[in-house]
Design a protein around this ligand. Sequence first.
Ligand code: NAD
Ligand code: ZN
Length: 248
Amino acid sequence: MDELIKRAGRDLASSKNVVALTGAGISVESGIPPFRGKGGIWEKIDPMEFAHIDTFMKEPGKVWNVLLKDMKEIIDKAKPNDAHKGLAELEKLGILKAVITQNVDGLHQKAGNRDVIEFHGNFAWQRCLECNKVCETREIDLTQIPPRCECGGIYRPECVFFGEMIPPHHLIRSRDLASTCDIMLVVGTSALVQPAAYMPVMAKQSGAKIIEINPEKTPMTKSVSDYIIMGQAGRIISAIVKEIKQQL
Ligand code: NAD
Ligand code: ZN
C-alpha cells in the first residue's frame, strides 16, 4: 500500500492535467451512506426502485418518506472529509483540473474545489413540479410529506433520478475532460452507474493513466485501472497529497 501511495504521488506530481471521477464512497467518511457496498442504502431498499423517476411521479410521498427525508437530514449535517479536502488541495497545487462527481451532496465545493461537474445534480435545491419555482432544500417544510410549494405543487430535488437524462452540457464537458486528461483518479465509485462509469474507459482509450481508490475491487479494476489503492479515501488521499508536497 505505501509503495502504491508513493507511486501515485510520483505520477500525480508530474502532471498538471488530472481529472477526478468521484462516487458515493468518497462521502462515506462524512457520514453519508453509499448505495452499494457495506452499510449501503441497498441493504434496506432498492434504489433502482425508489430513486427512479417513475416511482417518484407515481408515489412522491413514498419516495420522500423512504429516501429523500433521510437524505435531507444526513446531507444537511455532512461536512467535507479528508478526501474532499485533499482533492481541493490538489486543485490549489495546479495538479487537479476538475472533479466530475456522481454525488449530490455538494461536499467538493464546500471543501474548496472550484471546477465541479455535478453529473447527477445537487440535492441542495428543490423545484416545484407545477410552477418550477426553485428553493433551497434546507428551507423546505417537511412537516407535510410530500413537501409542497405555496402553489400546491410537489417539490422534487434538482437531482437526476434513475430513468432521467444527464444534462447534456455536463456530459459533453465530462467527455472532453476524460478524453484529454493524462491521469484520471477514480475515487469511491462502484463503476456500475452509466454513463458515469464510461468516463474512465474513455480516458483510458485516450491514453490516460487510471488510478482507482476504493476499499473493494470494482468491475473496472482489472480491465481499466492501471492500479488500485485499496482502502478508505480520506486516509489514502491525505497520504498522497503529503507525498506530492515532499516532491514539489
Ligand atoms: P455506489 O454507492 O454504487 O458505490 C460506492 C462505492 O464506494 C463502492 O465501490 C464502495 O466500495 C466504495 N467505498 C465505500 N466506502 C469508501 C471509502 N471510505 N472510500 C472510498 N471508497 C469507498 O456509488 P456510486 O458509484 O457513486 O453510484 C451510486 C449513485 O448514487 C450515484 O449515481 C450517486 O449519484 C448516488 N448517491 C450519491 C450519494 C451522495 O451524494 N453522497 C450517496 C449515495 C448515492
Ligand atoms: Zn409551485
